[in-house]
Unconditional design. Structure first.
Length: 285
């Protein structure tokens, strides 16, 4: 069932008719009292009953709000234009907010692609775009949004690792934009039948589960140390190579293989050590 827009009568124009009906009823009542003739009571009562049922048909529509109209359970349309409106008094009117809403899911404990337990939560920004689908396709569209968003978040965690294990691999922690777009797309696919548009979906909390958090922190620290040492060694080798080339090019000193090996070893110790080195002075004999 798709939304059908209707444009009911303006409530202000109908109020003028109700004013005339009220004046006629009061006139008949005054005549009945003045003449003590019960015949004029009947039109006065009829005018009062018509006025009562007519006023029931009045309703207001606020900004970013919609009213869904039903007649004895049958969907008759949706009113989106704000203001005072009037419809058949037998219509039932249900309000649906069209404002942008957001919610943050609970912290879910799930396994990532590598099987590591992690904690993850997300913020979803959404709004209703089809009132008929929101009311008649699902039982409670608010609850439906929350449950389906958490289900999509669980499925997202199963498709990506927490950290990338190879170059170029998409991971939850390193590729936030790609992961957010995937999450938004999956939530939208689940909520389209409820007349809901997902405006944004992003991870708001991401961490390893407590039972492995310490071990994973040590692993990350070890990886950082290895990466730093690798960079230091590469730089040190380049500096040693440059030093040997300069000495050879300017004919400063002639070094045989043994002296080159000793010089390379000393330079690497000085450049790669994480502590200050103490020079040894050869005074000769």
């Amino acid at each position: 069932m798709r939304e059908v827009l209707v444009e009911p009568r303006s409530g202000m124009s109908v109020l003028s008719w109700f004013g005339a009906l009220l004046a006629a009823g009061l006139l008949f009542l005054a005549v009945a009292i003045g003449t003590e003739n019960g015949v004029f009571v009947v039109p006065a009562l009829a005018a009062g009953v018509a006025l009562f049922f007519g006023l029931i048909g009045l309703f207001t529509v606020g900004p970013n709000e919609a009213k869904v109209l039903q007649l004895f359970g049958d969907y008759r349309g949706t009113v989106r234009e704000p203001g005072l409106r009037w419809v058949n008094p037998f219509f039932t009117k249900r309000s649906v907010s069209l404002r942008v809403r957001n919610f943050e899911s609970e912290r879910l404990k799930v396994n990532d692609l590598a099987g590591n337990p992690i904690e993850i939560a997300a913020v979803v920004v959404w709004r209703v775009v089809d009132t008929a689908e929101a009311l008649f396709h699902v039982d409670d569209y608010n609850d439906f949004v929350h449950v389906q968003s958490e289900a999509a978040l669980r499925n997202l965690a199963l498709n990506y690792p927490y950290d990338p294990h190879v170059d170029g691999e998409i991971a939850l922690r390193s590729h936030t934009a790609e992961v957010a777009e995937h999450l938004k797309t999956e939530i939208q696919e689940r909520l389209v039948q409820a007349g809901v548009l997902v405006l944004e979906a992003r991870i708001s909390h991401l961490a390893y589960a407590q039972e492995i958090a310490h071990a994973m922190l040590q692993r990350q620290q070890a990886g950082a140390v290895i990466a730093a040492r690798t960079m230091i060694v590469e730089g040190a080798v380049g500096m040693v190579e440059m030093a040997l080339d300069r000495l050879s090019h300017h004919n400063i000193v002639e070094l045989d293989n043994d002296k080159k090996a000793a010089m390379i070893g000393n330079l690497l110790v000085v450049l790669c050590s994480d502590r200050g080195t103490q020079p040894t002075v050869n005074a000769g004999k």
